[in-house]
Design a binder for this molecule. Structure first.
Ligand SMILES: N[C@@H](CCC(=O)N[C@@H](CS)C(=O)NCC(=O)O)C(=O)O
Length: 153
């Protein structure tokens, strides 16, 4: 029996879906690393959010710290952008795009989000570095949404 369009697209034999899963895995690992970056800052600065956290380290304080908050904002920005991208990119995969275009868009988004974290929470590069990284990622997502919507008309 002939395969449906979905069966030919949602398979590791489709290089676009394979690349989608590969770059998703990198993005998931990057997002998970944000929790460890936050914990590293908390331990380095001796600041924690809850009374039970400071029991093991009595010199620590329950305090809001600017360096910890910076990593938390970078993490939140990932949640705002990467989750939405993953949904948009899945819809884009279903439009059966050219492998060259799709794989380069997945790459561009992934590199942009890694750059966003680096310039926001690791080395702190002056603007517009973060804004550029954000707009590259967002442009990829908007493009994918536009292609998905166009498929309905
Ligand atoms: N929730 C974001 C929406 C706009 C946005 O994502 N801007 C990018 C480029 S300037 C950003 O990195 N914002 C910093 C942040 O979300 O903490 C904000 O409050 O800034």
């Amino acid at each position: 029996m002939a395969k449906t369009a979905i069966e030919t697209l949602i398979t590791l034999d489709n290089p676009v879906f394979k690349a989608y899963l590969f770059y998703n895995a990198i993005l998931v690992a990057k997002m998970l690393s944000m929790s460890f970056l936050t914990a590293r800052q908390r331990v380095a600065k001796g600041v924690f959010p809850n009374p039970e956290d400071i029991v093991l380290s009595p010199k620590s304080k329950i305090k809001v710290d600017e360096d910890v908050e910076r990593v938390r904002r970078a993490h939140q920005n990932d949640l705002e952008n990467i989750t939405v991208y993953m949904v948009a990119a899945f819809g884009f995969v279903l439009t059966n795009p050219s492998p060259w275009l799709a794989i380069n868009l997945f790459r561009a988004f992934t590199f942009a989000r890694i750059a966003h974290t680096l310039v926001y929470a690791v080395v702190v590069v002056p603007q517009p570095a973060r804004a550029i990284a954000f707009f590259v990622g967002t442009s990829v997502t908007i493009y994918m949404v536009a292609v998905s919507l166009k498929a309905f008309y």
